[in-house]
Structures are given as C-alpha cells and as structure tokens.
Design a protein around this ligand. Sequence first.
Ligand code: F6P
Length: 367
Amino acid sequence: MTLKRVGILTGGGDCSGLNAVIRAVTRAAVIQHGAQVVGIHNGFDGLVTGRTMTLDTAVTRDILTLGGTIIGTTNKGNPFAYRELNDDGTIRVSDLSDKAVQTVRELGLDCLFVVGGEGTLEIGYKLQQKGVPMIGIPKTIDNDLEGTDYTFGFQTAVQVACDALDRLHTTGRSHHRVMILEVMGRTAGWIALEAGIAGGAHIILIPEIPYDIRHVVRKITLRAKGGSPFTILMAAEGAVAVGGSAITQESATTRLQGVPQLGGVGNHLAGLIKQDIDLEVRTTVLGHIQRGGSPCAFDRVLGTRLGAAAVKAAAEGKFGHMVALRTPDIVLVPIAELAGVVRTVPPTSQLIEAAEAIGINMGRERM
Ligand code: F6P
C-alpha cells in the first residue's frame, strides 16, 4: 500500500544512531511514498501530551552524524502505567493508553514507527493490540534485544569504552596503578565484554558472571608479583558479587522511571581491592559518554538499513514486527516473540571462552 502519513517516536535511553534512523524513515517515506512524516516528541509522552513536529527531507538534512534524537526521548513515559509525582512526594500511576491511541487516530497515522529497546517495543506492541499499526526498530547501547544480531548504538558505545581503556592503559602503566573502568550494562555485559577484550583489560566483570573478589585480588596480586602492578579492570555497572546485588542509587527521578538507577560498582570494587592490596586504585565512570555523540560508521549503516526496511515493512502491512539484523540481511521478527526477553551474555558465549583462554579474569576461577 502507499503510505500517506506515518509517525515515529524514540523511547527509552538515547544512543548514537537515532537520528540516522529518523532520517532514513523520513527520507524513505517521502521518496518512496510522498508521505507526510510526524515526529512524536519525547517517546510515548508525545502521544499523551499531543506534542509533535513535522519531519521532512529539509528538517532531517545533516542529522546522519548527529548524536541524540531530534524528536526527544524519555524513559518515564509508559502510557499504560504513567507515573507522576504528587506534591507530597508520592507517586501516582495511571493508565493513559486510551489517550495515546486517540492521538494516533487524530494524527491519522498509517503506521507508528517505534524506535526503542525491549521496554519501548513492548509498550508499542501493547498499543498495536489496541489498534495502533506499529513497526519496531531495535535500539540500545546494551545490545540486549533478542531477535537481532546487533542493536544500533552498541558498536559506538563499545568504541567509546575501548578508547577510554586505551587512555587508561597509558596513565595506569605509567603510575603502576589498578585502573577500574565502569561502563553501562544493567543486566547484560555486552559492552564490558566486547570493549574489555578490544581494550586489553586484564579483568572483566559482567552481571552474568557473579564475581568472587578473591579471584579479582588474586589476579592483581599475580600481576604485581610478575613485575606489573598495573592492572586494567573493566566492570559493567550491573556487576554483582556472588550472592550479592547490583549497586544502585535512589532519587525522585529514578522512582518516576520505576527502575533503580545503577552506578557505583567501580568505587565499590576499588574499596574492596584496597582492603587487600597495597596498590593505588583509581576508578573512572564512563556513564552517558557512551550514549552521546556521533555514531560510528557501522551504526550509521545499520540505522539507515533498519529505517528504510521499516518503511518497506509498513507498506507491506507487516505491523507488529520488528526489523532486525540477521547478518547479512535485515529481516522481520514478530514482536510477540520478544516480549519481556532480555538477551544477556550466555554462559557458553565464545566471547567469554576467548577472553578466559587468553588469561582475562572474569571474577571467577578460570574455567
Ligand atoms: O538501557 C540503556 C542504559 O544505558 C543502561 O545501560 C543504563 O543502566 C541506563 O540506560 C541508564 O539510563 P538513564 O541514566 O538514562 O536513566
């Protein structure tokens, strides 16, 4: 079918490559169909507030290399459980999904492109079940979405983390220090693992393999005894000790999001290590630097391919699907198959095998 009017929203945490997708969807919809394109502001929030903007080839010019998202995003706007702060500090939760559906109808959208991670796609799919024709486009720096080889944003984040490790190497070696780098990854350690391998880390701690601090300390001690007190430790923010839980922070904003904000594992590890070893330990928290800035070439290409394929899928009426990379092709995956599944690093991962084979410590007795 010919598309007349389509909408696009970006939900959840941002990442590099979102604008490449927005540009690709807009250009494909305009060039292939002569369609009007509506940008929904700030994820699903825009469907509740009705705030939108017009997207066309002029508006999306020169945004391929731009970080962030020109239509905004939020990780607080689930219309099925809309969380707002009362004056007394309590949270009120309401179901505003009917309002969101009504906005889509009023806008007259033939398709709503939902760009997001697992949570955002799940909300999009619930809207589809209420009559909103939608197509999902997989995004997240965490690379933890089932059904696709890679989400866009991940490779850029890995490169940023790898660059940071390269820099920590030179200063750490010069000062004979233990250098800890904390990166993102709540439940999936893909960034820590890939960037850790790429950046020559000596220890990598990921949420999927609870660490025993004794093995971490042992690795550092062995290196020191071997004449190299300098050690690079890469830790995902969600890394947990055996029998422990992730280090979290708490604030009104995080309560509005409905999920705890992680962070602090790097300093926590530094404290534990310093109890046992008389070496200088320094921690760097990379944080949102992993999500900002220009996408790498891989993410520009992937974002462009996913955006163009999403428009094609909409014209073919393949609603309720996500466009996905199954190398070398872009394929369609039913979102129903993905609901609620977070793709963590499997215990049998060849990445882990390769890391341990070359002597990288994963916080456990070498397998
Ligand atoms: O889901 C992506 C992610 O980058 C996580 O790795 C991280 O825990 C979270 O977003 C942080 O999100 P924010 O600081 O935007 O709440």
